[in-house]
Design a binder for this molecule. Structure first.
Ligand code: ADP
Ligand code: MG
Length: 252
């Protein structure tokens, strides 16, 4: 029997400075699927995203993270990235002194190396990245600036999407990518995400807003509370939450 799971999380427990944040979380994402994770502030959504990507600050005290049937629970973030995990941060960091273009090319080439594929010289890369920029309606001036330095909230989010478009990911985790985007940017970025989604990859969308899920239809909507998933429904769940708030879930 073939296993279609891209991501399986089993009984995950995570703490930071001895404070438990994720408490017994289970999640299973198959190829070709889009899953949304919603939940009140502080419910552990960003922590989950960072732990899947391998953030070193968080301590996994129990459970497993399995990517394509391989246990990656204790692997370093760069190794996971080479295996196809991508995280667009809720709060992208500014990296003064590092040009965005150099950063993007180095991320691209290191992924190419990991797959034994051809690396691109600066000129060929410039051509490739310009096509991607056009598709998300981003000005090429952002290539010459330092990574995220002085970018507006929306520009930082676009820069995360640019990275997503550049790397051929198996699992893309987008943490509140919609926040800070105006409605035109939101539509454009949704179009690009839909275009990228295919039968061999999967997308995990963390969001607060049903509006985003009007543009990207999730197969499942999970509600997180106190570090685990308390409810899983279909796209309609987001509509109900928009109407009645998260307390609606607690009452089901
Ligand atoms: P969400 O993304 O759902 O809003 P987070 O995962 O960001 O929630 O945070 C969950 C809880 O963990 C919050 O109470 C937050 O303050 C705490 N937390 C997250 N990261 C850290 C950290 N680095 N140090 C201390 N507490 C943290
Ligand atoms: Mg968050």
């Amino acid at each position: 029997m073939t296993n279609n799971n891209i991501l399986t999380i089993k009984d995950l427990h995570v703490s930071i400075q001895h404070k438990p944040i994720i408490n017994g979380l289970n999640l299973s994402v198959s190829k070709g699927q889009v899953h949304a994770i919603m939940g009140k502030n502080g419910s552990g959504k960003s922590t989950l995203a960072k732990v899947i990507a391998g953030h070193p600050h968080y301590k996994i005290t129990r459970g497993k993270i399995i990517l394509n049937q391989e246990d990656v629970t204790y692997q370093d973030p760069d190794i996971r990235s080479h295996k196809g995990i991508f995280l667009a941060f809720q709060y992208p960091v500014e990296i003064p002194g590092v040009s965005n273009l150099d950063f993007l090319r180095s991320a691209y080439n290191s992924r190419q190396r990991a797959y034994n594929q051809k690396e691109l010289d600066p000129l060929s890369f410039f051509e490739l990245i310009n096509k991607k920029l056009k598709s998300i309606d981003m000005d090429s001036i952002f290539l010459n600036r330092n990574v995220n330095e002085g970018f507006s909230g929306g520009e930082k989010k676009k820069n995360e999407i640019l990275q997503m478009l550049l790397l051929n990911n198996k699992l893309s985790i987008l943490d509140e990518i919609d926040s800070g985007l105006d409605v035109d940017a939101l539509k454009n970025i949704s179009k690009n995400i839909n275009y990228l989604a295919n039968q061999n990859n999967a997308i995990l969308l963390i969001t607060h807003y049903q509006r985003f899920l009007d543009y990207i239809k999730p197969d499942y909507v999970h509600i997180m509370s106190n570090g685990h998933i308390i409810y899983t429904g279909d796209a309609d769940t987001a509509v109900q939450i928009e109407k009645y708030g998260y307390d609606y879930i607690q009452k089901i």
